[in-house]
Design a protein around this ligand. Structure first.
Ligand SMILES: Nc1nc2c(c(=O)[nH]1)N[C@H]1C(S)=C(S)[C@@H](COP(=O)(O)O)O[C@H]1N2
Ligand SMILES: [Mo]
Length: 303
């Protein structure tokens, strides 16, 4: 579906996109680095000196990883979205039944501007920017995704959280007609997740609206999806319909289903194993089943 906010001229084919990235990399820039240079007040971006840019040396920025991005194919056909089935290929096959326009988000709780907001109101808060993040699933696989999104801090500030807002809870749509996977009780529906306000307001936290410069495909959580790059993938809740500012810690879906395995914080940490498997290494999707696993980086790499 065409997004009126994105001009056709701005939509880049993947091959062109990759070539452009290659070019920008050779020039010592990536699209993200270029886009965030002025906006970036984060001290971890200090490595991106003009000298490095001039010399063509890669610049490190907290807003992107320099690892090669996964293909559109990988990112949109290997998914976790249990509302459409528990197999990795199920969401791509089944998520076409999700209707993402019109879409609204209900904002409640400790804030000055509760209400029901149209998707368009939220997209108008700030222009989407590109962020290239690793997505590390708790199941020990990962991908590198060029997201498009609005900094979550900007989205949340728009609703004027009060001093009593200590946490924020997000919920996915609950509608078994559109989401047939919800007919099975694999999780307590709707899918819900939460962050502390500090985590939600962190400059890396994104309300994703797209990937590869295009609208978010349904299987990736259209039209609005959380991305928290230093936390396990299950925190990145998809197809968000509500935002609730709370004073006490919300219960998350995965905590409710298996509290001994999935905690509230869920920061990526290679030294803390899952009760049933190691978290020390990860398999990069797209590299083949038999390729060597790579070490998982501590979440503080992003901090
Ligand atoms: N609503 C909802 N959000 C969800 C999930 C889900 O099943 N339902 N799966 C989570 C998990 S476990 C991961 S790893 C990521 C996967 O995101 P991707 O399919 O875009 O790679 O989405 C997360 N968000
Ligand atoms: Mo995951």
């Amino acid at each position: 579906m065409a997004d009126p906010k994105i001009a056709p001229s701005e939509i880049t084919a993947e091959s062109v996109y990759l070539k452009r990235r290659k070019f920008l990399q050779l020039a010592g820039l990536t699209a993200t680095a270029a886009a965030t240079q002025t906006a970036c007040a984060d001290s971890s971006d200090a490595g991106a000196t003009p000298a490095q840019a001039a010399s063509g040396a890669p610049m490190e920025s907290a807003f992107r990883t320099d690892e090669p991005v996964n293909s559109w194919e990988d990112i949109t056909t290997y998914n976790n979205f249990y509302e459409f089935g528990t197999g990795k290929a199920d969401p791509a096959r089944n998520a076409h039944t999700l209707v993402t326009r019109p879409w609204s988000v209900t904002v409640t709780g400790e804030c000055g501007k509760p209400g029901v907001y149209d998707l368009e109101d939220i997209l108008a808060i700030q222009a989407a920017e590109e962020r290239i993040y690793r997505l590390r699933c708790v199941e020990a696989w990962s991908m590198v995704v060029p997201w498009l999104g609005i900094p979550m801090a900007s989205v949340l500030k728009h609703f004027e959280p009060t001093g009593d807002a200590k946490y924020v809870e997000f919920r996915t749509l609950k509608d078994p007609e559109q989401m047939p996977g919800q007919r099975r009780r694999v999780l307590r529906w709707p899918y819900r997740e939460g962050l502390t306000m500090a985590e939600a307001m962190h400059p890396l936290t994104l309300m994703a609206t797209g990937l590869y410069g295009k609208e978010l495909p349904n299987q990736n959580g259209a039209p609005l999806r959380l991305v928290v790059p230093w936390k396990y993938g299950f925190k990145s809740i998809k197809s968000i319909v509500s935002i609730d500012f709370t004073s006490s810690r919300p219960k998350t879906s995965w905590e409710m289903s298996a509290p001994q395995e999935y905690g509230f914080y869920a920061n990526v940490n290679p030294t803390v194993d899952h009760p049933r498997w190691s978290q020390a290494r990860e398999r990069r999707i797209g590299e083949g089943q038999f390729s060597e696993k790579r070490p998982t980086l501590m979440f503080k790499f992003y901090a």
